[in-house]
Design a protein. Structure first.
Ligand SMILES: Cc1ncc(C[n+]2csc(CCOP(=O)(O)OP(=O)(O)O)c2C)c(N)n1
Ligand code: SF4
Ligand SMILES: [Mg+2]
Length: 474
Protein backbone atom coordinates (compact mmCIF):
# COMPACT_ATOMS: atom_id res chain seq x y z
CA UNK A 1 0.00 0.00 0.00
CA UNK A 2 1.06 3.55 -0.75
CA UNK A 3 1.20 5.24 2.62
CA UNK A 4 4.40 6.17 4.27
CA UNK A 5 3.87 5.83 8.01
CA UNK A 6 6.05 8.82 8.74
CA UNK A 7 3.93 11.15 6.66
CA UNK A 8 0.60 12.61 7.58
CA UNK A 9 -2.10 10.95 5.52
CA UNK A 10 -3.86 12.96 2.80
CA UNK A 11 -7.13 12.12 4.51
CA UNK A 12 -6.12 14.31 7.46
CA UNK A 13 -6.31 18.07 7.31
CA UNK A 14 -2.92 19.76 7.01
CA UNK A 15 -3.56 21.73 10.15
CA UNK A 16 -5.58 20.65 13.18
CA UNK A 17 -7.21 23.82 14.41
CA UNK A 18 -8.80 22.25 17.48
CA UNK A 19 -5.99 23.02 19.88
CA UNK A 20 -5.13 26.32 18.28
CA UNK A 21 -2.09 28.31 19.34
CA UNK A 22 1.16 26.82 18.19
CA UNK A 23 -0.03 23.24 18.46
CA UNK A 24 -1.55 23.02 15.01
CA UNK A 25 -0.14 19.57 14.37
CA UNK A 26 -1.49 18.05 17.61
CA UNK A 27 -4.78 16.45 18.39
CA UNK A 28 -6.83 17.22 21.49
CA UNK A 29 -6.34 13.69 22.82
CA UNK A 30 -4.37 13.01 26.03
CA UNK A 31 -0.85 11.60 25.73
CA UNK A 32 -1.01 7.83 25.26
CA UNK A 33 -4.66 7.83 24.13
CA UNK A 34 -5.59 5.20 21.57
CA UNK A 35 -7.97 7.37 19.54
CA UNK A 36 -5.14 9.13 17.72
CA UNK A 37 -3.50 5.87 16.64
CA UNK A 38 -6.77 4.52 15.32
CA UNK A 39 -7.46 7.79 13.50
CA UNK A 40 -4.12 7.43 11.76
CA UNK A 41 -4.81 3.86 10.67
CA UNK A 42 -8.23 4.80 9.34
CA UNK A 43 -6.96 7.92 7.52
CA UNK A 44 -4.19 5.95 5.85
CA UNK A 45 -6.62 3.29 4.69
CA UNK A 46 -9.01 5.92 3.30
CA UNK A 47 -6.19 7.48 1.29
CA UNK A 48 -4.75 4.19 0.13
CA UNK A 49 -8.14 2.91 -1.03
CA UNK A 50 -8.82 6.20 -2.86
CA UNK A 51 -12.17 6.69 -1.13
CA UNK A 52 -11.58 10.06 0.50
CA UNK A 53 -14.09 11.92 -1.65
CA UNK A 54 -16.92 9.52 -0.87
CA UNK A 55 -16.20 8.72 2.76
CA UNK A 56 -18.42 10.12 5.49
CA UNK A 57 -17.26 9.69 9.05
CA UNK A 58 -19.87 9.92 11.76
CA UNK A 59 -18.28 11.11 14.96
CA UNK A 60 -20.02 10.19 18.18
CA UNK A 61 -20.43 11.86 21.53
CA UNK A 62 -17.31 10.98 23.51
CA UNK A 63 -13.64 11.97 23.34
CA UNK A 64 -13.69 11.39 19.58
CA UNK A 65 -16.49 13.92 19.09
CA UNK A 66 -13.96 16.21 17.43
CA UNK A 67 -12.89 13.68 14.79
CA UNK A 68 -14.12 16.19 12.24
CA UNK A 69 -11.18 18.44 13.09
CA UNK A 70 -8.84 15.78 11.78
CA UNK A 71 -10.43 13.79 8.96
CA UNK A 72 -10.64 15.60 5.67
CA UNK A 73 -13.70 13.62 4.56
CA UNK A 74 -17.45 14.18 4.82
CA UNK A 75 -18.18 14.59 8.51
CA UNK A 76 -21.36 14.35 10.52
CA UNK A 77 -21.50 14.63 14.27
CA UNK A 78 -24.38 12.60 15.63
CA UNK A 79 -26.27 12.55 18.91
CA UNK A 80 -25.02 10.16 21.58
CA UNK A 81 -25.33 6.55 20.39
CA UNK A 82 -27.04 7.44 17.14
CA UNK A 83 -24.14 7.15 14.69
CA UNK A 84 -25.43 3.88 13.15
CA UNK A 85 -28.85 5.44 12.52
CA UNK A 86 -27.29 8.48 10.87
CA UNK A 87 -25.00 6.23 8.82
CA UNK A 88 -28.01 4.14 7.78
CA UNK A 89 -29.93 7.14 6.52
CA UNK A 90 -26.97 8.60 4.66
CA UNK A 91 -25.92 5.32 3.10
CA UNK A 92 -29.38 4.38 1.95
CA UNK A 93 -29.81 7.65 0.13
CA UNK A 94 -26.20 7.68 -1.14
CA UNK A 95 -25.36 4.04 -1.80
CA UNK A 96 -21.91 4.82 -3.19
CA UNK A 97 -20.76 6.58 -0.05
CA UNK A 98 -18.45 4.85 2.43
CA UNK A 99 -19.90 5.19 5.91
CA UNK A 100 -17.74 5.01 9.00
CA UNK A 101 -19.49 4.89 12.33
CA UNK A 102 -16.79 5.72 14.89
CA UNK A 103 -17.99 5.06 18.44
CA UNK A 104 -16.80 4.74 22.03
CA UNK A 105 -17.99 2.10 24.49
CA UNK A 106 -20.35 4.48 26.30
CA UNK A 107 -21.76 5.63 23.00
CA UNK A 108 -22.09 2.20 21.37
CA UNK A 109 -22.69 -0.20 24.25
CA UNK A 110 -24.76 1.96 26.64
CA UNK A 111 -27.04 4.64 25.20
CA UNK A 112 -26.61 3.32 21.65
CA UNK A 113 -26.72 -0.42 22.36
CA UNK A 114 -30.03 -1.02 20.67
CA UNK A 115 -29.09 1.23 17.77
CA UNK A 116 -25.96 -0.75 16.92
CA UNK A 117 -27.67 -4.12 17.32
CA UNK A 118 -30.47 -3.14 14.97
CA UNK A 119 -28.09 -1.71 12.37
CA UNK A 120 -25.92 -4.85 12.57
CA UNK A 121 -28.96 -7.07 12.38
CA UNK A 122 -30.21 -5.25 9.30
CA UNK A 123 -26.79 -5.73 7.77
CA UNK A 124 -26.43 -2.05 6.94
CA UNK A 125 -23.58 -1.38 4.57
CA UNK A 126 -21.31 0.46 6.96
CA UNK A 127 -18.08 0.01 8.86
CA UNK A 128 -18.11 0.45 12.62
CA UNK A 129 -14.97 1.20 14.60
CA UNK A 130 -15.77 0.56 18.22
CA UNK A 131 -13.22 2.05 20.60
CA UNK A 132 -13.43 0.04 23.81
CA UNK A 133 -11.44 1.81 26.53
CA UNK A 134 -13.61 0.35 29.30
CA UNK A 135 -14.60 3.79 30.57
CA UNK A 136 -16.40 7.03 29.74
CA UNK A 137 -13.28 9.02 28.91
CA UNK A 138 -14.81 12.31 27.92
CA UNK A 139 -16.96 12.88 30.95
CA UNK A 140 -14.26 12.09 33.46
CA UNK A 141 -14.08 8.34 33.96
CA UNK A 142 -17.53 6.94 34.74
CA UNK A 143 -18.27 3.23 34.41
CA UNK A 144 -18.98 2.01 30.89
CA UNK A 145 -20.80 -1.20 29.95
CA UNK A 146 -17.33 -2.60 29.21
CA UNK A 147 -15.74 -1.62 32.55
CA UNK A 148 -14.29 -4.77 34.11
CA UNK A 149 -15.51 -6.35 37.33
CA UNK A 150 -13.48 -4.77 40.12
CA UNK A 151 -12.35 -1.87 37.90
CA UNK A 152 -12.59 1.48 39.67
CA UNK A 153 -14.31 4.40 38.03
CA UNK A 154 -15.85 7.59 39.37
CA UNK A 155 -19.24 5.87 39.53
CA UNK A 156 -17.85 2.59 40.88
CA UNK A 157 -15.24 3.92 43.34
CA UNK A 158 -14.97 0.53 45.03
CA UNK A 159 -14.81 -1.30 41.75
CA UNK A 160 -17.56 -2.59 39.46
CA UNK A 161 -19.57 -5.34 41.06
CA UNK A 162 -21.51 -7.87 39.01
CA UNK A 163 -24.32 -7.75 41.54
CA UNK A 164 -24.79 -4.01 41.26
CA UNK A 165 -23.78 -3.24 37.69
CA UNK A 166 -23.94 -6.55 35.85
CA UNK A 167 -21.17 -8.04 33.75
CA UNK A 168 -19.12 -6.24 31.11
CA UNK A 169 -20.72 -6.55 27.69
CA UNK A 170 -18.75 -8.33 25.00
CA UNK A 171 -20.17 -6.46 22.03
CA UNK A 172 -18.11 -8.23 19.36
CA UNK A 173 -19.29 -11.63 20.52
CA UNK A 174 -22.91 -10.43 20.69
CA UNK A 175 -22.78 -8.94 17.20
CA UNK A 176 -21.04 -12.01 15.81
CA UNK A 177 -24.06 -14.12 16.79
CA UNK A 178 -26.25 -12.14 14.42
CA UNK A 179 -26.92 -13.45 10.94
CA UNK A 180 -26.27 -10.33 8.87
CA UNK A 181 -22.84 -9.00 9.87
CA UNK A 182 -20.05 -10.00 7.50
CA UNK A 183 -16.95 -9.38 9.53
CA UNK A 184 -16.35 -8.90 13.26
CA UNK A 185 -12.90 -8.74 14.84
CA UNK A 186 -11.43 -7.50 18.13
CA UNK A 187 -7.94 -6.00 18.09
CA UNK A 188 -5.85 -3.96 20.50
CA UNK A 189 -3.56 -0.95 20.40
CA UNK A 190 -0.76 -2.17 22.63
CA UNK A 191 2.45 -2.83 20.72
CA UNK A 192 3.72 -2.76 17.16
CA UNK A 193 2.50 -6.25 16.38
CA UNK A 194 -1.01 -5.56 17.58
CA UNK A 195 -1.16 -2.15 15.96
CA UNK A 196 -0.25 -3.88 12.70
CA UNK A 197 -3.13 -6.31 13.32
CA UNK A 198 -5.42 -3.38 13.93
CA UNK A 199 -4.25 -1.79 10.69
CA UNK A 200 -5.11 -5.00 8.85
CA UNK A 201 -8.54 -5.20 10.48
CA UNK A 202 -9.31 -1.57 9.61
CA UNK A 203 -8.47 -2.27 5.98
CA UNK A 204 -10.41 -5.50 5.86
CA UNK A 205 -13.50 -3.84 7.34
CA UNK A 206 -13.37 -1.00 4.84
CA UNK A 207 -12.75 -3.32 1.89
CA UNK A 208 -15.90 -5.23 2.77
CA UNK A 209 -17.87 -2.03 2.49
CA UNK A 210 -16.10 -0.99 -0.71
CA UNK A 211 -17.02 -4.39 -2.17
CA UNK A 212 -20.63 -3.72 -1.04
CA UNK A 213 -20.73 -6.91 0.99
CA UNK A 214 -22.36 -5.51 4.10
CA UNK A 215 -21.78 -4.72 7.75
CA UNK A 216 -18.29 -4.84 9.24
CA UNK A 217 -17.32 -4.23 12.86
CA UNK A 218 -13.91 -3.77 14.46
CA UNK A 219 -13.62 -3.49 18.23
CA UNK A 220 -10.40 -1.82 19.30
CA UNK A 221 -9.13 -2.19 22.88
CA UNK A 222 -7.70 1.24 23.38
CA UNK A 223 -5.72 2.88 26.19
CA UNK A 224 -7.26 5.70 28.21
CA UNK A 225 -4.42 6.68 30.59
CA UNK A 226 -6.40 9.63 31.95
CA UNK A 227 -9.57 7.69 32.75
CA UNK A 228 -7.61 4.78 34.15
CA UNK A 229 -5.22 7.03 36.10
CA UNK A 230 -2.21 5.18 34.71
CA UNK A 231 0.84 6.16 32.72
CA UNK A 232 0.63 5.54 28.96
CA UNK A 233 3.10 2.66 29.30
CA UNK A 234 1.17 1.02 32.14
CA UNK A 235 -2.09 1.51 30.24
CA UNK A 236 -0.82 -0.61 27.36
CA UNK A 237 0.44 -3.22 29.77
CA UNK A 238 -2.95 -3.29 31.50
CA UNK A 239 -4.68 -4.00 28.20
CA UNK A 240 -2.29 -6.88 27.54
CA UNK A 241 -2.38 -8.33 31.04
CA UNK A 242 -5.94 -7.64 32.15
CA UNK A 243 -8.43 -6.13 29.69
CA UNK A 244 -7.67 -8.52 26.83
CA UNK A 245 -8.17 -11.51 29.16
CA UNK A 246 -11.85 -10.66 29.37
CA UNK A 247 -12.18 -9.16 25.90
CA UNK A 248 -10.29 -11.74 23.96
CA UNK A 249 -8.79 -10.35 20.74
CA UNK A 250 -9.26 -12.25 17.50
CA UNK A 251 -11.59 -12.89 14.65
CA UNK A 252 -15.17 -13.41 15.78
CA UNK A 253 -16.85 -13.76 12.40
CA UNK A 254 -15.82 -13.57 8.76
CA UNK A 255 -18.18 -14.65 6.01
CA UNK A 256 -16.81 -12.20 3.47
CA UNK A 257 -15.83 -14.96 1.05
CA UNK A 258 -19.38 -16.32 0.97
CA UNK A 259 -21.19 -13.02 0.62
CA UNK A 260 -22.07 -11.55 -2.74
CA UNK A 261 -22.07 -7.77 -3.24
CA UNK A 262 -25.45 -6.27 -2.53
CA UNK A 263 -26.13 -3.43 -4.92
CA UNK A 264 -28.35 -0.97 -3.13
CA UNK A 265 -30.52 0.93 -5.54
CA UNK A 266 -31.55 4.39 -4.60
CA UNK A 267 -35.33 4.13 -4.42
CA UNK A 268 -36.46 6.55 -7.10
CA UNK A 269 -39.91 5.69 -8.30
CA UNK A 270 -40.99 7.33 -11.52
CA UNK A 271 -43.42 10.15 -10.97
CA UNK A 272 -46.30 8.09 -12.39
CA UNK A 273 -45.73 5.50 -9.69
CA UNK A 274 -46.16 7.85 -6.76
CA UNK A 275 -49.92 7.76 -6.71
CA UNK A 276 -49.92 4.01 -7.02
CA UNK A 277 -47.37 3.64 -4.24
CA UNK A 278 -49.39 5.90 -2.03
CA UNK A 279 -52.54 3.92 -2.73
CA UNK A 280 -54.26 6.77 -4.49
CA UNK A 281 -53.94 5.37 -7.96
CA UNK A 282 -57.37 6.66 -8.92
CA UNK A 283 -55.90 10.11 -8.65
CA UNK A 284 -53.57 9.55 -11.55
CA UNK A 285 -56.23 7.77 -13.67
CA UNK A 286 -58.99 10.28 -13.19
CA UNK A 287 -56.82 13.31 -13.50
CA UNK A 288 -54.61 12.38 -16.36
CA UNK A 289 -56.52 14.53 -18.89
CA UNK A 290 -56.20 17.75 -16.93
CA UNK A 291 -53.61 20.09 -18.37
CA UNK A 292 -51.24 21.07 -15.61
CA UNK A 293 -49.27 24.31 -15.49
CA UNK A 294 -45.58 24.11 -16.27
CA UNK A 295 -43.39 23.26 -13.30
CA UNK A 296 -42.01 26.52 -11.92
CA UNK A 297 -39.11 27.30 -9.65
CA UNK A 298 -40.88 26.77 -6.37
CA UNK A 299 -39.47 26.44 -2.91
CA UNK A 300 -42.23 26.94 -0.37
CA UNK A 301 -41.84 25.76 3.20
CA UNK A 302 -45.24 25.97 4.79
CA UNK A 303 -46.14 25.69 8.44
CA UNK A 304 -49.83 25.09 9.06
CA UNK A 305 -50.90 25.34 12.67
CA UNK A 306 -54.05 25.48 14.77
CA UNK A 307 -56.21 23.51 17.19
CA UNK A 308 -56.55 19.75 16.84
CA UNK A 309 -59.86 19.24 15.02
CA UNK A 310 -59.51 22.26 12.74
CA UNK A 311 -58.15 20.06 10.00
CA UNK A 312 -54.67 21.55 9.87
CA UNK A 313 -53.12 18.16 9.18
CA UNK A 314 -55.67 17.42 6.42
CA UNK A 315 -55.00 20.82 4.91
CA UNK A 316 -51.28 20.07 4.78
CA UNK A 317 -51.90 16.56 3.49
CA UNK A 318 -54.19 17.83 0.75
CA UNK A 319 -51.75 20.55 -0.25
CA UNK A 320 -48.81 18.14 -0.40
CA UNK A 321 -50.81 15.69 -2.52
CA UNK A 322 -52.02 18.40 -4.86
CA UNK A 323 -48.49 19.67 -5.37
CA UNK A 324 -47.25 16.12 -5.89
CA UNK A 325 -49.95 15.68 -8.52
CA UNK A 326 -48.40 18.67 -10.30
CA UNK A 327 -45.07 16.81 -10.22
CA UNK A 328 -43.46 18.91 -7.51
CA UNK A 329 -41.32 17.27 -4.87
CA UNK A 330 -43.05 17.38 -1.53
CA UNK A 331 -42.90 16.37 2.10
CA UNK A 332 -45.59 16.44 4.77
CA UNK A 333 -44.63 16.11 8.41
CA UNK A 334 -47.42 16.17 10.99
CA UNK A 335 -46.82 17.14 14.58
CA UNK A 336 -49.55 16.21 17.01
CA UNK A 337 -50.24 18.01 20.23
CA UNK A 338 -50.44 16.06 23.47
CA UNK A 339 -54.17 15.64 22.97
CA UNK A 340 -55.71 15.36 19.55
CA UNK A 341 -59.00 17.25 19.60
CA UNK A 342 -58.72 20.60 21.29
CA UNK A 343 -54.93 20.44 21.63
CA UNK A 344 -52.57 22.20 19.29
CA UNK A 345 -51.44 20.57 16.10
CA UNK A 346 -49.27 21.63 13.24
CA UNK A 347 -47.72 20.23 10.15
CA UNK A 348 -44.84 21.15 7.90
CA UNK A 349 -45.24 20.94 4.15
CA UNK A 350 -42.40 21.46 1.73
CA UNK A 351 -43.06 21.98 -1.94
CA UNK A 352 -40.18 22.34 -4.34
CA UNK A 353 -39.18 21.77 -7.94
CA UNK A 354 -36.00 20.19 -6.53
CA UNK A 355 -35.59 17.21 -4.24
CA UNK A 356 -36.55 17.81 -0.64
CA UNK A 357 -33.63 17.03 1.64
CA UNK A 358 -35.44 17.12 4.98
CA UNK A 359 -39.07 17.51 5.99
CA UNK A 360 -38.20 19.72 8.95
CA UNK A 361 -39.01 23.42 8.78
CA UNK A 362 -37.50 25.95 11.16
CA UNK A 363 -38.18 29.14 9.23
CA UNK A 364 -41.21 28.79 7.00
CA UNK A 365 -41.82 30.90 3.92
CA UNK A 366 -45.54 30.59 4.58
CA UNK A 367 -47.41 30.37 7.86
CA UNK A 368 -51.08 29.39 7.90
CA UNK A 369 -52.21 30.19 11.45
CA UNK A 370 -55.64 28.96 12.37
CA UNK A 371 -55.64 30.14 15.99
CA UNK A 372 -54.00 32.67 18.24
CA UNK A 373 -51.46 30.43 20.04
CA UNK A 374 -50.19 29.19 16.68
CA UNK A 375 -49.70 32.70 15.35
CA UNK A 376 -47.89 33.65 18.51
CA UNK A 377 -45.69 30.59 18.38
CA UNK A 378 -44.63 30.75 14.74
CA UNK A 379 -44.97 34.40 13.67
CA UNK A 380 -41.38 35.32 14.38
CA UNK A 381 -40.05 32.23 12.61
CA UNK A 382 -41.41 33.25 9.21
CA UNK A 383 -38.70 34.28 6.77
CA UNK A 384 -38.57 37.96 5.79
CA UNK A 385 -40.53 38.40 2.57
CA UNK A 386 -42.71 35.40 3.49
CA UNK A 387 -46.47 35.12 3.86
CA UNK A 388 -48.68 34.87 6.94
CA UNK A 389 -52.23 33.76 6.32
CA UNK A 390 -54.32 33.81 9.47
CA UNK A 391 -57.90 33.21 10.47
CA UNK A 392 -58.97 36.75 11.30
CA UNK A 393 -62.26 35.46 12.76
CA UNK A 394 -60.48 33.60 15.54
CA UNK A 395 -57.39 35.78 15.87
CA UNK A 396 -58.30 39.28 17.00
CA UNK A 397 -54.79 40.73 16.95
CA UNK A 398 -53.18 40.90 13.55
CA UNK A 399 -49.57 39.77 13.12
CA UNK A 400 -47.06 42.48 13.95
CA UNK A 401 -44.47 41.63 11.33
CA UNK A 402 -43.93 44.34 8.76
CA UNK A 403 -41.40 42.48 6.63
CA UNK A 404 -43.79 39.78 5.42
CA UNK A 405 -47.04 39.73 3.46
CA UNK A 406 -49.92 39.38 5.90
CA UNK A 407 -53.46 38.39 4.99
CA UNK A 408 -56.36 37.79 7.34
CA UNK A 409 -59.07 35.46 6.07
CA UNK A 410 -62.23 35.10 8.11
CA UNK A 411 -62.14 31.38 7.46
CA UNK A 412 -64.13 29.98 10.37
CA UNK A 413 -67.07 32.35 10.00
CA UNK A 414 -67.09 31.96 6.24
CA UNK A 415 -67.06 28.18 6.67
CA UNK A 416 -69.96 28.42 9.12
CA UNK A 417 -71.90 30.38 6.54
CA UNK A 418 -71.25 27.61 4.02
CA UNK A 419 -72.62 25.00 6.41
CA UNK A 420 -69.77 23.75 8.63
CA UNK A 421 -66.89 25.19 10.60
CA UNK A 422 -64.88 22.18 9.46
CA UNK A 423 -64.43 23.65 6.01
CA UNK A 424 -62.30 26.54 7.33
CA UNK A 425 -59.20 24.61 6.33
CA UNK A 426 -60.35 24.39 2.70
CA UNK A 427 -60.99 28.14 2.71
CA UNK A 428 -57.38 28.58 3.74
CA UNK A 429 -56.31 26.17 1.02
CA UNK A 430 -58.15 28.27 -1.57
CA UNK A 431 -56.54 31.44 -0.24
CA UNK A 432 -53.07 29.87 -0.35
CA UNK A 433 -53.53 28.59 -3.89
CA UNK A 434 -54.74 32.00 -5.08
CA UNK A 435 -51.91 33.92 -3.44
CA UNK A 436 -49.12 31.60 -4.52
CA UNK A 437 -50.53 31.00 -7.98
CA UNK A 438 -48.57 27.94 -9.12
CA UNK A 439 -51.23 25.26 -8.66
CA UNK A 440 -54.13 24.55 -11.01
CA UNK A 441 -57.64 25.28 -9.75
CA UNK A 442 -59.18 22.77 -12.18
CA UNK A 443 -56.87 20.05 -10.99
CA UNK A 444 -57.58 20.79 -7.34
CA UNK A 445 -61.34 20.74 -7.78
CA UNK A 446 -61.12 17.28 -9.31
CA UNK A 447 -58.42 16.01 -6.98
CA UNK A 448 -59.87 17.12 -3.64
CA UNK A 449 -62.60 14.43 -3.39
CA UNK A 450 -59.98 11.82 -4.24
CA UNK A 451 -57.63 13.03 -1.56
CA UNK A 452 -60.20 13.75 1.15
CA UNK A 453 -62.38 10.75 0.58
CA UNK A 454 -65.25 11.41 2.99
CA UNK A 455 -68.10 12.03 0.54
CA UNK A 456 -70.09 13.99 3.10
CA UNK A 457 -67.60 16.83 2.66
CA UNK A 458 -67.11 16.79 -1.11
CA UNK A 459 -69.52 19.57 -1.98
CA UNK A 460 -68.68 21.64 1.05
CA UNK A 461 -64.95 21.38 0.42
CA UNK A 462 -65.38 22.49 -3.15
CA UNK A 463 -67.42 25.52 -2.14
CA UNK A 464 -65.00 26.38 0.62
CA UNK A 465 -61.99 26.10 -1.61
CA UNK A 466 -63.59 28.41 -4.18
CA UNK A 467 -64.60 30.86 -1.44
CA UNK A 468 -61.04 30.93 -0.17
CA UNK A 469 -59.84 31.84 -3.65
CA UNK A 470 -62.33 34.67 -3.77
CA UNK A 471 -61.42 36.01 -0.36
CA UNK A 472 -57.69 36.16 -1.03
CA UNK A 473 -57.06 39.51 -2.65
CA UNK A 474 -53.84 39.79 -4.54
C1 LIG B 1 -27.77 12.14 25.50
C2 LIG B 1 -26.48 12.28 26.25
N1 LIG B 1 -26.31 11.59 27.39
C3 LIG B 1 -25.16 11.70 28.07
C4 LIG B 1 -24.17 12.53 27.62
C5 LIG B 1 -22.89 12.67 28.42
N2 LIG B 1 -21.79 11.97 27.79
C6 LIG B 1 -20.91 12.59 27.00
S1 LIG B 1 -19.69 11.59 26.45
C7 LIG B 1 -20.33 10.28 27.31
C8 LIG B 1 -19.68 8.93 27.29
C9 LIG B 1 -18.45 8.89 26.50
O1 LIG B 1 -17.82 7.66 26.66
P1 LIG B 1 -17.41 6.75 25.46
O2 LIG B 1 -18.50 6.60 24.48
O3 LIG B 1 -16.88 5.50 26.03
O4 LIG B 1 -16.26 7.59 24.72
P2 LIG B 1 -14.78 7.92 25.19
O5 LIG B 1 -14.85 9.33 25.67
O6 LIG B 1 -14.41 6.94 26.26
O7 LIG B 1 -13.97 7.75 23.96
C10 LIG B 1 -21.48 10.64 28.00
C11 LIG B 1 -22.26 9.74 28.86
C12 LIG B 1 -24.40 13.25 26.44
N3 LIG B 1 -23.48 14.06 25.92
N4 LIG B 1 -25.56 13.10 25.77
S1 SF4 C 1 -9.80 10.81 28.45
FE1 SF4 C 1 -9.06 8.84 27.72
S2 SF4 C 1 -10.14 8.49 25.77
FE2 SF4 C 1 -10.32 10.66 26.29
S3 SF4 C 1 -8.65 11.66 25.23
FE3 SF4 C 1 -7.94 11.22 27.31
S4 SF4 C 1 -6.97 9.26 27.16
FE4 SF4 C 1 -8.19 9.49 25.33
MG1 LIG D 1 -14.94 4.91 26.39
Amino acid sequence: MKSNILQKSDSFYDIFTRKGGTQLQSTHYCPGCGHGILHKLIAEAISDFGIQDRTVLISPVGCSVFAYYYFDVGNIQSAHGRAPAVATGYKRSNPDSIMISYQGDGDLAAIGANEILQAANRGEQMTVFFVNNAIYGMTGGQMAPTTLIGQKSTTTPRGRSAQNEGFPLRMSEIIATLEAPVYVERVMLTDTKNIARTRKAVRKALSIQIEKKGFSFVEVLSPCPTGWKMTPVNSKKWITDVLSRYFEPGLKKDVSEDRQPVIQMRPQPHFDQYHELLDIKSLSDELKDIALPEIRQVNDEIKIAGFGGQGVLSLGYALANIAMGHAYQVSWLPSYGPEMRGGTANCSVKISDLRVASPIIDNPHTLVAMNKPSLKRFENDVQPGGLILYDSGLIDTAPERKDVQVMGINATEEADALGSTKAANMIMLGAYVKLRGYLSKDYILKALPLIIKNKAFTELNEKAFKRGMELAKI
